[in-house]
Design a binder for this molecule. Structure first.
Ligand code: PMP
Length: 330
C-alpha cells in the first residue's frame, strides 16, 4: 500500500514544469516550481512545519498553546494545518486587502482571524504587526512564529526547496527567481543554490514596484504576499544578485496568461515572478536553465485577478485579453 501517514508528510517535493508559451522568443529553458501542490496550497507549508518543530524543541510552544501570527493567508494555512494535526489553537491577523476567499480558508481549518487596515504604518497600533504583537502578549501560552524574523523560515527553504531544485535539474540550474515577501524563500533557496554551485547560480528577486527590495518606500501595490515597507530579518540581501521590479498591471496580466496559455492557475505573485524571470531570461543563451518559484495557486484570487470587473476597475484589463461569451458568439 502506498499512502502518507498524515497530510503533513506530503509537504515539499513539488515538481518543476517547463513554460512553453509565455516564453516565446526566449532561448533559455524556463521551469516553474509548483508550490501550490503543497497540501496547504503554498510554499508556506514548508516554513510552517519547520518553525513549529523548532518552537516545540525550544519549549516555546507547549501542548494546548496558541499560535498568533500576522499573515497574508498562506502562512496561516500552513500553520493551521500543522496546528490542526498537533492540537494547537490559531489566531491570525490579516490586512484588509486579503481577499475573502483566503480568509475563509483559514477559518475552514478552524483558525480564528482578526482583520486590520492595510494603509497604516507598521508601527501604528492598528497595523497587523502591532495587533499581532499585542495578542501574542495577552493570550496565555501564545507563540508568535514571527515569519518576518524567524531564521527557521529561510532554513526550511535551505533544507528542502534548494536541494529539490538542484536534484531535479541535475545541477543544471543557472538562475533562480522568486518573489520577495518575508524574503525567506529567496534567502534560503538562494543560499543553498549558491553554495552547492560554487557561486555560479544567479539569484534574482522579484518585487512589486514601490516596495523596499527594489528601492521603493513601501508605496501600496495590489499584488499579495510580496513586497514590504520594512526590511525583515528573514531576508539576506547578500544572497540576492539583483531585484527586478514589476508593476501590478504586468503581474496580473501574466498571471492570467499563465492560466490561459500554460494551464497554470496560480496567484499574482507567481505572475510577478514569471515577469521578472522573462526579463532576466531575455538575453540568456539556450543552455541557461531558469527556475522560477510559483508560491501559490489561483483559487484565492478568483474574485480579483481572474474577475474582469475587478481588473477593469483598476484599469488593468487590456481589451485584447477580454473574451466574454458575447464576444465569442457575435
Ligand atoms: N507569494 C505569496 C502569495 C506569499 O504568500 C508569499 C509569502 N508572504 C510570498 C510570495 C513570498 O515568500 P517569502 O515570504 O518567502 O519571501
Amino acid at each position: 500500500m502506498k499512502y502518507a501517514s498524515s497530510i503533513t508528510d506530503l509537504i515539499g517535493d513539488t515538481p518543476l514544469v517547463k513554460l512553453n508559451s509565455v516564453t516565446a522568443g526566449i532561448a533559455a529553458t524556463v521551469l516553474v516550481k509548483l508550490e501550490y501542490l503543497n497540501p496547504g496550497g503554498s510554499s508556506k507549508d514548508r516554513i510552517a512545519e519547520r518553525i513549529i518543530d523548532a518552537a516545540e524543541q525550544a519549549g516555546d510552544l507547549k501542548p494546548g498553546g496558541t499560535i498568533v501570527e500576522p499573515t497574508s493567508g498562506n502562512t496561516g494555512v500552513g500553520l493551521a494545518l500543522i496546528a490542526q494535526q498537533r492540537g494547537y489553537r490559531c489566531v491570525f491577523v490579516l490586512p484588509d486587502k486579503v481577499g475573502v476567499d483566503k480568509r475563509n480558508v483559514l477559518t475552514a481549518y478552524g483558525a480564528e482571524i482578526v482583520v486590520t487596515p492595510t494603509s497604516v504604518a507598521p508601527d501604528d497600533p492598528e497595523s497587523y504587526y502591532s495587533v499581532s504583537d499585542r495578542l501574542a502578549r495577552e493570550i496565555p501560552g501564545a507563540f508568535k512564529p514571527n515569519q518576518y524574523f524567524n531564521p527557521n523560515g529561510p532554513r526550511s527553504h535551505y533544507e528542502t526547496t534548494g536541494p529539490e531544485i538542484w536534484r531535479d535539474t541535475d545541477g543544471a540550474v543557472t538562475h533562480f527567481v522568486a518573489g520577495v515577501g518575508t524574503g525567506g524563500t529567496i534567502t534560503g533557496t538562494g543560499r543553498y543554490l549558491r553554495e552547492v554551485s560554487d557561486g555560479t547560480v544567479r539569484i534574482i528577486g522579484s518585487d512589486p514596484e514601490g516596495s523596499v527590495y527594489s528601492g521603493g518606500t513601501g508605496r501600496p501595490y495590489l499584488v499579495e504576499g510580496v513586497g514590504e515597507d520594512f526590511w525583515p530579518g528573514a531576508y539576506d540581501p547578500s544572497v540576492v544578485h539583483e531585484v527586478i521590479p514589476v508593476s501590478d498591471a504586468e503581474s496580473f496580466s501574466m498571471t492570467r496568461r499563465l492560466a490561459r496559455e500554460e494551464g497554470l492557475l496560480v496567484g499574482g505573485s507567481s505572475g510577478m515572478a514569471v515577469v521578472s524571470a522573462l526579463k532576466a531570461a531575455a538575453d540568456l543563451p539556450a543552455d541557461a536553465v531558469v527556475v522560477v518559484l510559483l508560491p501559490d495557486g489561483g483559487r484565492g484570487y478568483l474574485g480579483k485577478i481572474f474577475n474582469d470587473d475587478w481588473m477593469r476597475s483598476y484599469g488593468f484589463l487590456d481589451d485584447t485579453e477580454e473574451r466574454t461569451v458575447s464576444d465569442v458568439v457575435t
